[in-house]
Design a protein around this ligand. Sequence first.
Ligand code: SF4
Ligand code: SF4
Length: 112
Amino acid sequence: MPFFVMAKTVLKTIFRKPYTIKYPFGGLIERPKARGSIAIDIKECIFCGLCQRKCPTKALTVVKDRKEWAIDRLRCITCAACVESCPKKCLVMESRYSPPLVMRQEEVFKGA
Ligand code: SF4
Ligand code: SF4
């Protein structure tokens, strides 16, 4: 019996296009509600460090003295805890994914 169940599934899916895409090639589908990547409006940031403290994966680094806000995108799990905790509402979850990375690096934003 399990063989027939499996055979039915194979026949149903064999001619169907794959659900996966060859990111970043293969025509990325944008979904408006997707959790893509975190963006910051650095002009509004007061470098309070609340987002850094709330981040469960330690993806964020905030240095108040130097007015720097940095994100390690390979650590970010797009949970949006930082977005919800920001008192200035300067963090947003964008639906676009960040470009693929080949090595770990922080993306640094500097305030004025
Ligand atoms: S919580 Fe908001 S205002 Fe505070 S450091 Fe993070 S991004 Fe800046
Ligand atoms: S979305 Fe989550 S994991 Fe990513 S930086 Fe914000 S709090 Fe950290």
